[in-house]
Design a protein around this ligand. Structure first.
Ligand code: ADP
Length: 530
């Protein structure tokens, strides 16, 4: 589909230059454009920032009729409508909170053969709940003016995606209701499982899937062992900001509002210029922080994931995760805000076992979320495989012989020695601790389990054997490995104040056999980084 030999090819080229003021296509954009212009249903999978919107905006301009764009994020739609209007492309937005007047104009545009509106953005709930909208859309279709339906963030259809939204399930009717109207689904989530599910839900099974690479060759990936004390974490961040990233801009992500405030405070006390950003701040203060960062009076923003949309700073040189992300998809998106200018940038994650339970007790209630989190944990834990390759494989991309060019901690330290731990005996010990605790009617958190394993804590919970011949932090990795492989399972309990994650035995724990756990601990040392 990437060729240049269609009846619309000249128009596509001139629209790109003259209206969008863009010199050339990015990978796979032209394929997506040609396939949808030829009337095919297609799914476009591209990383965030790769330029998915052009894939429906440009066709909307090239052909007569209306393109309906379904998107869950009102602020992103507002940005797009603004940017289209600036290019003199008539576009409108319709949400459940739109003014009545705007809603009427939009609804009329669907009926009116002489309208100049090219793109109409709607939220999925608007589509699902407004009979009038559907009726007018059918009229538009009957008049032959419904050019295409673009569905942004299309992975939201699937329960298996990291961001399921119930309103998306209504979209399944579109392909039958609007025969011969091409559907163009767009997402940055690329696992084959989710894509298949999306095709089924939208009734477009077997449609074309156009996928661009997820590899970001200019990003260096690194995991650092996260210290247990906040002060030691601050010291690491301070050193990074003062020396390694001196004079450069970046983002530090945390997973709670309180953490973001505490960290920002701590860094300021150490003389760093950082801003704080989270959802509980007024819009006004948020824009101020954003602006100060843009003009470099803040070196970094310490933020929750609320800081995400609308970041268009090309020279972000570092993204540090003070806490792991909820999933690889989230991690890829958050870390991917670094290095948009294609120059080298670094994505550093501070990782330790305890944070798994911080995040898991927040996400456990949603289908599949725990698996997504464990995907993230596996990435942090696995120091024997190129990080870039792990990311590629997570997104079902064929890595082949591609080269990392020493752009991750694993590939830039090929000679780090391995430690291989045979798990069978250790699992017997851990099993016996858990069984013994059950007999005492006691539940163990991962920390309590480690205590008992390392012959600390209440004597009654300890085992009869010897202390393991490795450090407690290796012990943490072993427990984590057993957890993400399903040999151990998290068991959640609620109190009035929090959710506690206890550990219990998984179904295969007692038949683990001769599984080995391979570790490259030194990789995560902070000192090695300098
Ligand atoms: P996505 O939806 O994939 O996250 P966007 O569609 O928002 O990404 O595009 C990200 C940015 O890239 C926008 O500023 C857009 O104008 C720009 N862009 C898109 N395609 C191109 C291109 N071919 N050349 C240069 N810039 C582009």
């Amino acid at each position: 589909w990437g060729g240049n030999t269609y009846e619309w090819s000249e128009d596509v080229k001139s629209t790109l230059k003259n209206i969008f003021k863009i010199d050339s296509f990015r990978p796979k954009q032209l394929s997506a454009i040609n396939s949808t212009l030829s009337g095919q249903h297609a799914l476009v999978v591209m990383p965030t920032g790769a330029g998915k919107s052009l894939c429906y905006q440009l066709p909307a301009v090239v052909k007569p009729g209306i393109t309906v764009v379904i998107s869950p994020l009102v602020s992103l739609m507002e940005d797009q409508v603004r940017s289209l209007t600036n290019k003199n492309i008539p576009a409108m937005l319709m949400t459940s909170t739109s003014a009545k007047e705007d809603t009427n104009t939009a609804l009329n545009a669907l009926k009116d053969k002489n309208t100049n509106i090219k793109l109409l953005y709607v939220t999925p709930e608007r589509l699902a709940k407004s009979k009038r909208f559907m009726a007018n859309l059918q009229k538009c279709h009957a008049d032959g003016r419904l050019q295409r339906i673009a569905i942004d963030e299309v992975h939201c259809c699937s329960q298996w995606g990291h961001d399921f939204r119930p309103d998306y399930k209504y979209l399944g009717i579109l392909s039958n209701m609007f025969q011969n109207v091409p559907i163009l689904g767009l997402t940055a989530t690329a696992t084959a499982h989710v894509l298949n599910d999306v095709q089924k839900i939208l009734n477009i099974s077997g449609c074309l899937v156009i996928k661009s690479t997820f590899n970001r060759p200019n990003l260096y990936y690194k995991i650092i062992e996260k210290p247990t004390s906040q002060e030691d974490c601050l010291t690491i961040l301070e050193k990074l900001l003062k020396y390694r990233y001196k004079g450069e801009s970046g983002i530090i992500y945390t997973n709670s509002i309180k953490d973001s405030e505490d960290l920002a405070d701590g860094l300021r006390k150490r003389g760093l210029r950082v801003g704080c950003y989270h959802a509980n701040m007024e819009a006004n203060s948020r824009s101020k922080v954003h602006l100060k960062w843009h003009e470099k009076s803040f070196q970094a923003i310490v933020a929750t994931v609320a800081f995400g949309m609308g970041i268009d700073k090309p020279d972000v040189r570092f993204v540090i995760h003070h806490t792991i992300s909820k999933s690889m998809e989230n991690y890829y998106q958050e870390s991917g805000r670094a290095g948009r200018d294609s120059c080298r940038a670094e994505c550093v994650t501070l990782y330790r076992m305890q944070d798994i339970f911080k995040v898991s007790s927040m996400v456990f209630s949603s289908v599949g979320r725990l698996d997504h989190l464990y995907g993230m944990v596996k990435y942090c834990l696995n120091g024997t495989f190129c990080r870039r390759q792990q990311i590629a494989e997570h997104f079902d991309e064929d890595w082949g012989d591609a080269d990392c060019n020493k752009m991750c901690d694993v590939c830039s330290n090929p000679n780090t020695s391995c430690r291989e731990i045979s798990l069978e005996l250790h699992c017997k010990t851990i099993s016996s601790i858990l069984e013994n605790a059950e007999k005492q009617d006691t539940k163990l958190t991962a920390q309590k389990l480690l205590d008992a394993w390392f012959l600390k804590g209440p004597v009654i919970l300890r085992h009869k054997g010897k202390e393991p011949n490795f450090s407690r932090s290796i012990g943490e990795d072993v427990i984590t490995f057993l957890l993400v492989q399903g040999y151990l399972i998290e068991d959640f309990h609620f109190t009035a104040y929090s959710t506690i994650s206890y550990i219990k035995k998984g179904p295969n724990m007692d038949s683990i056999g001769d599984v080995n756990f391979v570790l490259k601990m030194e990789l995560r040392k902070f000192t090695e980084f300098h």
